[in-house]
Ligand binder design. Structure first.
Ligand SMILES: Nc1ncnc2c1ncn2[C@@H]1O[C@H](COP(=O)(O)OP(=O)(O)OP(=O)(O)O)[C@@H](O)[C@H]1O
Ligand SMILES: [Mg+2]
Length: 490
């Protein structure tokens, strides 16, 4: 539940370290207090021991009663606090001594006096007196050895108590901490994560009155603002995209018109030249005729001229009429988007004709593999726009640096579906780019006039107008193939 770096563990770590430091300090303090108390007690006991024994010792020494001194010394040395006793006579010679050794006591008497004082913490010296006259003194050697175990036990008891209290407090504090801090923060974190995953309506429902509650309210406020801005932005982008798409459609229509004028120019131009030529020939003949100089050969020549020119004019006018017809259909379809029934092959050929100005100066070939009889009830304008954008892409991207490319259009009906395939054997699209090409504004020719809308328009037309799907396959350096599948209506 908690990671190594979680707030919970951080807190536990800090608590453990600070509690340990507290325990160490309080132990040192307790130890010194316990020790000085024990030492004060030791001093008191030592003085008490001296007070109750000194007079008896004095009388035994005065009477030189060594046996009694020995017995009394043994009784005194039974006490823990004393490690030795030494009696010195008025000439400062050793009179009698006894000290503790590991398993009992040893005593010393004159003249074998090689007495070395035992280990002691302090000593008490007291004169031996008869009235005002001093006849020697006694030294009590007091040891502190026996007080330490007691001090240690007292200390351990104290540490035990502290540990118990601290552990209990720690558990309660951490439980509370988890409930009031960790849990709300985790909760808030989840909310923020969800929000980060584009769930802009996500809000925190923490109602605490503390800083975390404040943080949650600030987050909610920020989320409100972001959501509002996001919605505004989304609406703005939608509006802009619509405007752009409309502009793009208009521009392509404009281009179409320009292409049309260009294409029609040739047959109409030929027609005008031919008729001018005929006019001149007619005037020449009328003049000859009025001057009554016309011969039969002149009439024959004139009639031949008429017949040839009429054929020329008729062919070119027909060509112009045919162009106008198909351009009209394509242009009207593109601007009105009406559903109608059409011959797929014928219509696609007309579209390619309207695009001819774009590729007629190149060596690229167009192949249309569509069954003659295939008809469909659909939106011809949509197809016109799709094919037009695809062809322009092939010319600009697919056949960049390629002199003789081939574009193939094919269509068939399979299982109630109309499948249209468009393929060019050009440069292809890299694996990295192929997932992005339908995104609006994705282009590899940003600085060369590409806006990245062509394929996005196609995508939208296929999805929205035609209720179908579009797929792309490509092998860089070999081919690019778009497959459009729509429900078939005969
Ligand atoms: N036939 C193709 N061969 C190779 N690459 C292509 C082909 N068609 C499209 N692409 C790649 O897909 C990108 C997106 O195409 P799209 O038509 O959407 O934008 P564009 O042609 O760059 O700009 P616009 O069409 O708006 O003028 C192109 O920039 C190009 O890299
Ligand atoms: Mg394009």
């Amino acid at each position: 539940m908690f990671s190594k770096n979680s707030l919970f563990f951080e807190t536990v770590k800090i608590l453990i370290v600070s509690v340990s430091i507290m325990i160490i300090i309080s132990s040192i303090y307790s130890y010194s207090v316990e020790k000085s108390l024990a030492l004060a007690k030791l001093r008191k006991e030592a003085v008490f021991l001296k007070n109750i024994t000194i007079n008896t010792i004095a009388s035994y020494v005065w009477n030189i009663n060594k046996n009694e001194i020995n017995d009394l010394s043994e009784i005194i040395l039974e006490k823990d606090i004393i490690s030795g006793l030494q009696i010195i006579d008025e000439k400062d010679d050793l009179f009698y001594a006894m000290k503790k050794v590991p398993f009992g006591t040893v005593s010393y008497e004159l003249p074998d006096a090689e007495f070395i004082p035992p280990q002691y913490y302090f000593k008490i010296e007291q004169d031996l007196k008869n009235g005002d006259e001093s006849f020697g003194h006694v030294i009590y050697y007091i040891t502190d050895e026996k007080i330490y175990p007691a001090v240690r036990i007292a200390l351990l008891k104290k540490i035990g108590e502290i540990l118990l209290i601290v552990t209990g407090t720690l558990i309660i504090v951490l439980f509370g901490f988890n409930k009031t801090v960790i849990h709300p923060i985790t909760d808030l974190n989840n909310t923020v994560n969800m929000f980060g995953l584009n769930n802009y309506s996500e809000r925190s429902n923490i109602t605490l009155k503390n800083e975390i509650g404040e943080l949650a309210r600030t987050f909610n406020f920020m989320a409100d603002t972001i959501q509002e801005n996001y919605e505004d932005l989304e609406k703005m982008i939608n509006d802009r995209t619509k405007q752009l798409l409309h502009a793009e459609k208009m521009a392509s229509l404009g281009e179409l018109v320009a292409g049309v004028s260009h294409e029609i120019n040739t047959p109409v131009g030929i027609g005008v030249t031919a008729i001018t030529h005929l006019e001149k020939k007619t005037n020449d003949f009328i003049k000859l005729f009025n001057e009554e100089k016309a011969k039969k050969t002149d009439l024959d020549t004139f009639l031949n001229e008429i017949s040839d020119t009429v054929v020329l004019i008729s062919t070119n006018l027909n060509r112009a009429a045919q162009l106008v017809q198909s351009f009209k259909r394509v242009a009207v379809d593109r601007s009105t988007e009406e559903k109608r029934r059409f011959h797929v092959k014928n219509y696609f050929e007309e579209i390619m004709l309207s695009l001819r100005p774009k590729y007629k100066k190149t060596k690229h070939k167009i192949q249309i593999d569509i069954p003659m009889e295939l008809e469909i009830n659909s939106y011809p304008g949509s197809f016109s726009q799709i094919i037009s954008n695809l062809v322009i892409n092939s010319l600009i991207h697919g056949f960049e640096n390629i002199e003789e490319g081939q574009i193939t259009l094919s269509a068939k009906v399979v299982n109630e579906n109309f499948i249209f395939e468009y393929e060019d054997n050009g440069n292809g699209i890299s694996e990295e780019n192929i997932t992005k090409i339908f995104n609006p504004f994705f282009t590899t020719k940003r600085n060369q006039g590409g806006s990245g809308l062509g394929l996005n328009i196609i995508y939208n037309i296929v999805k929205q107008n035609l209720n179908g799907s579009i797929d792309v396959q490509s092998e860089p350096g070999k081919f690019t193939r778009f497959t459009i599948t729509i429900p078939y209506e005969a």
